[in-house]
Design a protein around this ligand. Structure first.
Ligand code: PAF
Length: 283
């Protein structure tokens, strides 16, 4: 396993690989890797000749009141997990490497797609994500880049960025990985106390309730939202940030009756920890 901290170093290695016709898979992460990341790394190593995992806790996607300082940093364990699932290179730059002095140049996807859902509660978040992911795409020049459906809005925003800026790569989205009791894997789950961890199961049970109603023919979005909100309300440790339904792919308003491919997305606080989860409602 090669760890590169410098842009020049990783560029030299990857230019050579590209010249000899090798495909490159990129799994962008902020570290604290778990089985969700492992599924992305394994998918890349099954398909691409070289798998690069980037580990960078990107400061520009955190607002001043958020958890940048305490975000889990577990580099040694991350290295083991990445290697065990087939990664050959870890790109592990420091902040100065990716954000040299001065006001950064921003890459920003505009419009409702970045203003609704997490864009409403975290107004600078997606600008930070698209800026850092553009930098990574320009440095690594991957053939394919792998992201998890857990960050459903991030995936749609990045797909739009790739389309609009004509990045020459394929964006692959893989399903949410859950614990056996339904909790979606997240690097932030480690913040949860035992009682908050138990309470957080209300996320997946609520999404399942919505899916059952949808499968049984319910197409009124208000009724589905009420069902979910009422279920979350039974959990006293849960405080809702949002529960919303949007139409895919571009997060446009959902119609009543709902059409196919609607995203039901939730963000809920358990204590100070804000967790997100989602489901694409299917008939
Ligand atoms: O999903 C994440 O972990 C981050 O938002 C990403 C894509 C690595 C950008 O910092």
């Amino acid at each position: 396993m090669k760890v590169c901290t410098k842009i020049n170093e990783i560029r030299a290695i990857l230019t050579q690989a590209r010249t000899s016709g090798k495909s490159i898979g990129l799994v962008p992460t902020m570290g604290a890797l778990h089985a969700g990341h492992a599924s992305l790394i394994a998918a890349s190593s099954a398909r691409d000749d070289i798998t690069v995992v980037s580990i960078f806790v990107n400061p520009t996607q955190f607002a001043p009141n958020e958890d940048l300082a305490k975000y889990p940093r577990t580099f040694e364990a991350d290295k083991q997990l990445a290697s065990a699932h087939g990664a050959q290179i870890i790109f592990y730059p420091d902040v100065a490497e990716l954000y040299p002095d001065g006001e950064p140049t921003w890459v920003e996807v505009t419009g409702d797609i970045t203003k609704v859902l997490c864009g409403k509660s975290r107004p600078i978040h997606f600008r930070g994500v698209t800026t850092v992911v553009s930098k990574l795409f320009n440095i690594i020049k991957p053939t394919r880049a792998y992201f998890g459906q857990k960050d459903a809005q991030q995936v749609q925003v990045l797909k739009k960025m790739v389309r609009d800026l004509m990045f020459d790569l394929e964006l692959i989205v893989l399903p949410i990985i859950r614990e056996s009791d339904g909790l979606a894997l997240s690097s932030r789950n480690i913040y949860l106390s035992t009682s908050e961890r138990a309470a957080a199961l209300v996320l997946s049970t609520s999404l399942q309730l919505a899916q059952s109603a949808f499968s049984q023919g319910e197409r009124n979005p208000e009724k589905i939202l009420t069902l979910v909100l009422n279920n979350i309300a039974t959990e006293k440790l849960a405080t809702v940030d949002y529960v919303e339904i949007w139409q895919l792919p571009d997060l446009t308003c959902c119609t009543n009756p709902m059409q196919a491919s609607n995203l039901l997305a939730v963000a809920v606080y358990f204590g100070k920890t804000r967790l997100i989860d989602n489901i694409i409602l299917e008939a």
